[in-house]
Design a protein around this ligand. Structure first.
Ligand code: ZN
Length: 539
């Protein structure tokens, strides 16, 4: 029934529209919100609508996670978990790999995900030789939690043809020991050497991984999410087919925006820039659409590859890696900007953020374009000059307040004082900049309610409070995760607030975030998630 109506009443409805107080009821007709207000007002509109008693629960718009990695997250759900949730030492990882080898008993690759050397008691990466001890013939690859480095065993290196005489690719490093032999650690673009020999995911496997990822996101209260890096191999077509198949299955539980990597948009071998319409996402844009094009400008803090102006605290010779020379970055940005793309550039370190802003400035000045909403992904470090440029150029910082998971790693990398200035939400708010919060799943477990709590309290797993002046109140964080996600994906006219005409993408929470102290935050549960008025999850 396309026009079926449901009246939800007896709740606390936060519409997340600026300046609007809570309502007690709302009406959904078909896949849209038809009215918000008092029960009496809406009864007049409701006609024969079904009734749902919210029983005092709180309703907010569904979370819009504008930076996650959907296919990777789905695949990771079936990979060996070597995150800090499961392992605490190198010996734990070795044991987990050995068990996985026994349990699966075939010659297939053993693929693990999520280790973080900072969280291991040895505080270092595992080596190829340690993995060889339990898996000499069968290839093993362990992705770092950041996605910016991996470790593999000798069998995997051999399949990839990586040996002591293999040169480092541009923008990457094959780490070597004191004898010049690869240690198994591959950084940034060097990972591609290995990834191209890992057996590919079939369309059905990919579709199922995406469905599983989205079903998990529904339990978190996410109703829309962006894949912040679409296209990993020589072609993007396989991934597009997996996403199309997930829509076709009729079992998708949250809406998807894909962010194709810039190399599929601006190609060295062609003068023609591919347009969003050149990427086949099927014919249901409310469920699957193309968003910004993604550029990487530097790496990550936990791997010491984020490009900082000052050296890392634990490695005075290292200021991280910039992946582009300025003229090359300006050139690709200009071409994408002129073709009408929204651009989302990954930049963590202040040296990267500074360069990216300078390049955006060049592109925008040459060809002014209203409402481009170019983004900086992560934007973990910025000073006042950069904040002013972000505001004046209309750039959207897309932030992941993951201090509750990675804060101690930031302290290890930069020392306490500089770590306290990471994710400078207070600075951006002072400049009146619109923010979008997101998870970067599966880099961290990424339940929005946990990420929001982290943005409010900025406390590391070891209990260190980092930069309380950058903390943000609950409802402002929620707005940045709902309306902000819509703004960052040019969809705030249909998503992220509850008002007549908006998509009926909403969640029901057991407690009211506006009235809940930090100490009780964990008691707030997602009890229902609805997309287009349809119930996708019930807790
Ligand atoms: Zn990411």
């Amino acid at each position: 029934m396309p026009d079926e109506a449901t009246l939800y009443s007896n709740g606390i409805i936060h519409t997340m529209r600026a300046g609007e107080g809570p309502a007690e009821a709302f009406l959904v007709r078909g896949e849209r919100v038809a009215g918000v207000g008092s029960r009496e007002d809406l009864l007049a509109l409701a006609g024969g609508a079904a009734r749902v008693d919210l029983d005092g629960c709180t309703v907010i718009p569904g979370f819009n996670d504008c930076h996650a990695h959907l296919l990777s997250f789905g695949l990771a759900l079936d990979q060996l978990d070597v995150s800090a949730d499961s392992v605490h030492s190198i010996a734990d990882i070795v044991g987990a790999v050995e068990r996985r080898g026994r349990d699966t008993g075939s010659h297939a690759w053993i693929h693990g995900r999520g280790y973080n050397q900072n969280e291991l008691v040895e505080a270092r990466h595992i080596t190829r030789l340690e993995l060889d001890a339990v898996s000499s013939a069968r290839p093993v690859v362990l992705d770092h939690t950041s996605g910016h480095v991996l470790v593999c065993n000798t069998a995997a290196l051999e399949r990839a043809g990586i040996a002591r005489d293999t040169e480092n690719p541009a923008g990457g490093e094959i780490e070597r020991d004191e004898h010049g032999d690869p240690t198994g650690l591959l950084k940034e673009s060097a990972m591609d050497l290995l990834r191209r020999v890992i057996p590919t995911t079939t369309e059905v496997e990919g579709r199922d991984a995406i469905l599983k990822a989205m079903a998990t996101l529904s339990t978190f209260g996410i109703t829309s999410a962006s894949d912040a890096w679409t296209g990993h191999g020589p072609s993007i077509e396989g991934e597009l087919a997996m996403y199309r198949a997930s829509v076709r299955s009729g079992r998708l539980t949250a809406r998807i925006t894909l962010m194709p990597l810039i190399s599929y948009v601006v190609r060295d071998d062609s003068d023609r820039v591919r347009l969003p319409s050149d990427f086949d996402v099927g014919s249901d844009p409310a469920w699957l659409t193309i968003g910004a094009t993604k550029i990487f400008s530097d790496g990550a803090l936990s791997t010491r590859t984020a490009a900082m102006r000052e050296p890392y605290a634990d490695d005075p010779s290292n200021r991280g890696i910039l992946f582009w020379e300025r003229p090359a970055l300006v050139s690709v940005m200009r071409r994408a900007h002129e073709a009408g793309w929204q651009i989302a550039t990954h930049a963590l370190g202040d040296r990267a953020v500074e360069m990216v802003l300078d390049c955006y400035d060049g592109a925008i000045r040459d060809r002014p374009r209203a409402d481009h909403r170019h983004r900086i992904e992560h934007c973990m470090y910025a000073d006042e000059t950069m904040a002013r440029a972000i505001r004046d150029l209309g750039i959207v910082p897309s932030l992941q307040p993951d201090i509750y998971r990675l804060g101690d790693a930031y302290v290890a990398a930069l020392g306490l004082e500089r770590a306290a200035e990471s994710i400078p939400i207070g600075l951006f708010r002072r400049f009146g900049i619109e923010l979008a919060l997101s998870s970067d799943l599966p880099v961290i477990p990424g339940r929005p309610l946990d990420v929001i709590r982290s943005a409010m309290e900025r406390t590391t797993p070891r209990g260190v409070e980092l930069g309380p002046h950058h903390a943000i109140p609950a409802m402002d964080a929620i707005r940045a995760y709902t309306w902000g996600g819509g703004y960052a994906t040019h969809s705030e006219r249909i998503k992220g607030t509850l008002a007549p005409g908006m998509l009926a993408d909403f969640i029901v929470l057991s407690g009211d975030p506006a009235q809940t102290e930090l100490d009780d935050w964990q008691t707030i549960q997602v009890v229902r998630t609805a997309v287009g008025g349809q119930l996708m999850y019930r807790g």
